[in-house]
Design a protein around this ligand. Sequence first.
Ligand SMILES: [Zn+2]
Length: 182
Amino acid sequence: MATSGSIIIEQHTQTPGGSEKAFRPCEHRTMPLPADSHVHSEWSWDTGGPNSLAAGRMETMCERAATIGLPAVVFTEHFDFDDAWRTTPEDLLSHQQGMLDPDGYLRPPPLDVAGYRESIDRCRHRFPDLTILAGVEFGQPHLFRRRASMLVDVSTFDRVNGSLHTLGVGDDRYEPNTLFRM
Ligand SMILES: [Zn+2]
């Protein structure tokens, strides 16, 4: 059941020198819940992908958002074009270990744009009162603009976040958490 989609704010006053019991709510106000504007579902490679235990996560998230009364969710799935970057097992969650090759390179699969869009359409149909935006989190967009445009017209996404997740060192690229420990 949908709630009012708002949160209650209690303002408290304290008597100088008073104990905790001196706190008394003096005013209750409500404010609308904001949109959740950065959400990753099974369509982001780092969740394990649509054939992993993360399958169905988008629908579950929309269901939860509708239940608590969020006005909107913005999916921002990872959209990465680095072929491989260096990392180590300790920087990966268990469901990501299989993407690490024996030479120490992480090889993330590309975003399944068609599957992602079908999933968005399914959720929009199932949750008509929830605004659902289809965005991407574009890793290193300054390096991969051309490769992205060969896959999809990026301007057709509702939102494109630019992210810097890897840095070049020598001939390789690394995630900062790996670099930090080197
Ligand atoms: Zn993100």
